[in-house]
Design a protein around this ligand. Structure first.
Ligand code: HEM
Length: 387
């Protein structure tokens, strides 16, 4: 998605973020679950025009979650021998070493349901004239001018491309959102400074919007630091060289697996002084974003032709919730058995895998004031009160 293309999704992100704030205010203990719902619901809304809170007859989020659980297993590099020895793909599925074939057969219907069900709902809505504009409705409208064969081919591509948005976008963004909570609970001084900025720029009578983004450099710096501090895809996604190449005197044969190391780049002390520290200030100079500091977004979203197409959308989702939560809620560390705060930054480990998430943790989240809680409720207009 082009930076300008994501602008049209901002009202959806703002609205879903508002629903998220209400859920967190009403049920703060389940803030991670609400984060998952927010991100999934936003992507399904943008992709298919489906409001999952209104179409409760089909569990679109549950279906997508089931498929996602499969992707996270299937994409573990080195999990299957066939990755190193492609010849194994010719093994019959009952043979030892062909476990990838047996598992793929089991997974196929789950992934297919995720791909096809919301697409069919979007197709029906368009046919019946009640479609909400979405990526699917745009593609379907364009396909309506094609002949039958070309349309069928295009439909196959479109379905796959849109389904990959959920697969690529939900858990990745959730991981960064979790990192945000860990950082805020661990570094209250950062939280206070962010809230002071929001109070000065936005004030007590409304929620922050995308229109405020430019005037909230400290919020932008927190988001950059969250991306940098705990990169979601620490070893990137494996690329393959199409032709023989050379890098700094190293020969890279054609068809080599090329693994980058974003985890090391974001910890390079030449780029980021004291890299283990969570310090949003590193991105600021004279109260403004310092564009001389390497933007972690240029590292953590991959590179080249396969760079993450959802990066601007992800940044928008994170901005919408981070600014809203900081404006209305306070985030505190959980307490240990001696009622002492647990410093989450030191205690919560990141999982190992293609995608890295903080292990489960708690936070104490409370409205900053009764007025802040009231603000969340009044900011939601009537048609979103059916959570
Ligand atoms: C914090 C959030 C996110 C992070 C850290 C992230 C990171 C990445 C990375 C590292 C890649 C691999 C790039 C490469 O091969 O070099 C990728 C690919 C991808 N991402 Fe994201 N992503 C995020 C959010 C999203 C969102 C919100 C969407 C969609 C709405 C999305 C959709 C995709 C897709 C479809 C691909 C595959 C692109 C391809 O293979 O051509 N991502 N992402």
């Amino acid at each position: 998605m082009h930076p300008n293309a994501v602008l049209r999704y901002r009202p959806i992100q703002e609205r879903e973020a508002c629903k998220y704030l209400l859920r967190v205010a009403e049920d703060p203990k389940n803030f991670l679950h609400h984060g998952r719902h927010f991100l999934g619901a936003t992507i399904i809304r943008v992709s298919y025009g489906i409001d999952v809170d209104k179409h409760k007859d089909t569990d679109y989020l549950g279906i997508a979650e089931a498929a996602l659980a499969i992707f996270s297993q299937a994409f573990l590099p080195g999990k299957y021998l066939v990755e190193s020895f492609p010849i194994l793909r010719y093994l019959p599925s009952f043979m030892p070493g062909a476990d990838f074939k047996r598992e793929a057969a089991k997974w196929y219907p789950v992934v297919r349901e995720m791909r096809d069900l919301p697409w069919e709902a979007a197709t029906t809505a368009l046919r019946e004239g009640n479609a909400t504009p979405s990526m699917a409705s745009g593609l379907l409208e364009r396909m309506s001018h094609l002949d039958e064969k070309a349309a069928a081919e295009q439909e196959e591509y479109s379905k796959n491309a849109i389904a990959s948005a959920y697969a690529g976008g939900a858990d990745t963004t959730l991981s960064t959102l979790q990192t945000f909570y860990i950082a805020m609970a661990s570094f209250p001084e950062v939280q206070k400074r962010a809230q002071a900025e929001l109070d000065a720029v936005v004030g007590p009578h409304r929620l922050p919007t995308f229109a405020d983004k430019h005037d909230l450099p400290y919020i932008a710096a927190i988001i950059k630091e969250c991306f940098r501090w705990r990169p979601v895809v620490p070893l990137g996604i494996v690329h393959s060289s199409l032709e023989e190449d050379e890098y700094n005197g190293y020969r890279i044969p054609a068809r080599s697996a090329v693994v980058s190391n974003p985890w090391a780049y974001v910890r390079d002390p030449n780029l980021y002084e004291d890299p283990e520290a969570f310090r949003p200030e590193r991105f600021l100079k004279d109260g403004k974003l310092d564009h001389n500091v390497q933007d972690p977004a240029a590292i953590v979203f991959g590179y080249g032709r396969r760079i993450c197409p959802g990066r601007h959308f992800a940044e928008g989702s994170i901005y919408a919730v981070v600014s809203g939560i900081l404006h209305t809620m306070s985030i505190e560390a959980p307490l240990d058995e001696h009622t002492q705060p647990i410093r989450l930054a030191d205690h919560v480990k990141m999982t190992h895998g293609v995608l890295s998430y903080p292990e489960p943790f708690d936070c104490i989240i409370k409205p900053r004031s009764p007025e802040a809680e009231m603000l969340i409720r009044t900011s939601l207009s009537e048609d979103v009160t059916t959570l």
